[in-house]
Design a protein around this ligand. Structure first.
Ligand SMILES: NC(=[NH2+])NCCC[C@H](N)C(=O)O
Ligand SMILES: [Mn+2]
Ligand SMILES: [Mn+2]
Length: 350
């Protein structure tokens, strides 16, 4: 049996057994992170509230989840947060991510699926860390136009949202200096636990790290060559061959093509279609192992009103799919096809 057949039958088994194991709890813990210091463009901090106003959490409730909204994270101010090497705002981001890590760890331990709404991608230092503290066997699927694995010394921008994985990956610590604010971070992942999907804008150090450490990576080139179906099968097989590991899905909205998610700080042409983006979410949801989700880099202040609406719409569709909404339709557990007799009850015919 080829691995592709075996993954297929595992996925089918997960589906047939009905509600995914974790999602069976039907409890979602939501954390808003109105955070923008990991990159230069203001506006991304408005996303958590805008996503709520757009109805994202209502949508999950309608789908049958109990949504526990922990509100927006409050940050400590660091007035003298000058750069360390070229790293911008290390103390602010470090302290915030420490808080985020603690919240996500707690939420995960309660058996809730942790849904973190960013904010820029630097917050994933906290979410992935917290998730790994609660679930040490976790693996990570990073859907993004960027690999966000620059080391502080190699980063061309100094923006922490492009360095997230260098702080978390054990094998990369020899390239990472002591950064003020980040002392608490325990590198909690192996490069073997990471799978990238959707990449198309990599800096030299990032490409070099991916090759040297043989990180599972499906760029848009592979999506074009293999199709999204095989990309998902292989990506899941490489980090989670028996589908028995908890999955953290870090979803950067800029993975999608700017045609469907224009309002984001670092858009890159040639991205995932909304269909590919939904397919990724549907397949990962179907494993029943999705226990932590980040939705990051929505910037509802960029572009026209129409661009902003479209980006919020796309984000809500992706999150719906992450929580089991399927394009082929869903049937509630106790659903019965209504018969005329029952539907007419209470009505009198004229
Ligand atoms: N999460 C993101 N949108 N990251 C963009 C990173 C861009 C670039 N690679 C950098 O290091 O600055
Ligand atoms: Mn990113
Ligand atoms: Mn990105």
């Amino acid at each position: 049996m080829s691995f592709s057949t075996s993954i297929r039958s595992l996925l089918t088994a997960a589906r047939v057994s009905g509600v995914p194991r974790r999602l069976a709890h039907r409890d979602v813990g939501v954390l808003g992170v109105p955070f923008c210091k990991g990159q230069p463009r203001p506006g991304v901090a408005q996303a958590p509230q805008r996503l709520r106003d757009y109805g994202m959490l209502k949508k999950l409730e309608t789908m049958g989840y109990r949504v526990h909204d922990y509100g927006d994270l409050q940050f400590q101010e660091f007035p003298d947060d000058y750069p360390a090497w070229n790293i911008k705002y290390p103390r602010s981001i470090g302290a915030s991510c420490k808080k985020i890590s603690n919240v996500v760890e707690e939420v995960t331990e309660k058996g809730q699926v942790a849904l973190t709404l960013g904010g820029d991608h630097s917050l994933s230092i906290g979410t992935v860390h917290g998730h790994a503290m609660a679930e040490p066997n976790m693996c990570l699927i990073w859907v993004d136009a960027h690999s966000d694995i620059n080391t502080p010394m190699a980063s061309p921008s100094g923006n922490i949202h492009g360095m997230v994985l260098s702080f978390l990956a054990k094998e990369l610590q020899k390239y990472v200096p002591r950064v003020p604010g980040m002392e608490w971070v325990k590198p909690c992942l192996s490069t073997k636990d990471i799978a990238f999907i959707g990449l198309r804008d990599l800096d030299p150090a990032e490409r070099c790290i991916i090759e040297q450490y043989n990180i599972t990576c499906y760029t848009m080139h592979e999506v074009d060559r293999m199709g999204i179906h095989r990309v998902l099968e292989e990506a899941l097989h490489s980090v989670n061959p028996n589908l028995d590991r908890p999955i953290h899905l870090s979803y950067d909205i800029d993975s999608l093509d700017p045609a469907v998610s224009p309002s984001t700080g670092t858009p890159v042409p040639g991205g995932l279609s909304i269909r590919e983006g939904m397919y990724i979410a549907e397949e990962i949801a179907a494993t029943g192992q999705l226990t932590g989700i980040d939705l990051v880099e929505v910037n509802p202040e960029l572009g026209s009103k129409q661009d902003q609406e479209l980006t919020l719409f796309t984000a809500c569709e992706i999150i719906g799919a992450c929580f089991g909404k399927r394009r082929k339709g869903n049937v509630p557990e106790d659903y019965v096809i209504p018969t005329p007799a029952e539907s007419m009850e209470g009505f009198t015919s004229s």
